[in-house]
Design a protein around this ligand. Structure first.
Ligand SMILES: [Zn+2]
Length: 270
């Protein structure tokens, strides 16, 4: 059945789409770059300052900066902040709003927050006992995946999807699946992850998963909902902090070595 509106989850056609918030902000930052790039020594303000100047939240600024990174206009470098790259911005096709590169990572997480928290509450009441054992096996898998590239998150995905299915509501399950699918297809998500150090963040997320599992075992819907909310909020905060001007130490060599997701450009700024 076709949806009533054109807000397709896969976002294949953007001709009559309402501009995404991060795109509006990216356009403003691109204009700022165009106006100031000839000033000697001019550099973009920090994400925190941009957030204040533009009156939008830091996650949205983060998304806009990632979008501009994907477009090749700027680069976020540890200790240098947001560096404007040499190409003139009018070749970037962002001021005129080019192709949609999909939903922002924080936008996706915000959607997951509301849907998955409610799914966890339902799952606390409806999940069969065997599924709890299966959930624990996915946390074990997360431990095994802990020292590989962050994008390799099959244990995490399986954990969340099992809770989604255990909500006993196929519509909720398919919505959650669609959100994960968009994440998997997202260039922005991959770009965001180039700035974080998986081995220092993953153990925190694994801890969140144990908290969710405990609440489900207690069949406590309210606690399960809160634990899921806390987990996704933690992910949002940690992704944001980890990428804010590269303040979190990350070891590029580990990331580069494993899957060729090179972060070479930020290595040179060390
Ligand atoms: Zn998770």
């Amino acid at each position: 059945m076709a949806p009533a509106t054109k807000t397709s989850l896969q976002g294949e056609n953007d001709s009559d789409r309402v501009e995404r918030l991060y795109q509006t902000v990216a356009r403003k930052i691109a204009e700022m770059v165009a106006q100031n790039r000839h000033e000697p020594g001019w550099r973009l303000p920090s994400e925190r300052e941009l957030s204040e100047q533009l009156g939008v939240s830091r996650p949205v600024v983060r998304e806009a900066v990632i979008a501009l990174e994907v477009k090749g206009m700027v680069e976020v470098r540890r200790s240098q902040g947001i560096v404007v790259l040499p190409e003139p911005p009018h070749t970037m096709n962002f001021i005129g709003l080019g192709a949609d590169i999909g939903p922002g990572p924080f936008e996706l997480l915000e959607a997951r927050l509301s849907i998955e928290a409610n799914a966890a509450a339902l799952a606390a009441e409806r999940m069969p006992a065997e599924a709890m054992v299966e959930l624990e096996s996915y946390i074990d898998q997360m431990h095994r995946e802990n020292d590989v590239l962050l994008l390799n998150e099959n244990g995490d995905r399986s954990f969340h999807m099992l809770i989604a299915r255990s909500s006993g509501n196929a519509v909720i399950a398919s919505l959650i699946e669609a959100l994960w699918q968009q994440r998997d297809n997202s260039i922005m998500w991959r770009k965001l992850h180039e700035h974080i150090h998986a081995p220092s963040i993953r153990p925190l997320w694994i801890g969140d998963h144990y908290a969710i599992l405990s609440a489900l075992r207690l069949r406590n819907a309210e606690a399960a909902k809160r634990a899921m909310e806390r987990h996704i909020k933690n992910v949002m905060n940690e992704l944001l902090e980890a990428s804010e001007n590269g303040q979190v130490e990350f070891v590029e060599t580990q990331i580069v070595g494993r899957q060729g997701h090179s972060n070479r450009k930020s290595e040179e700024s060390k």
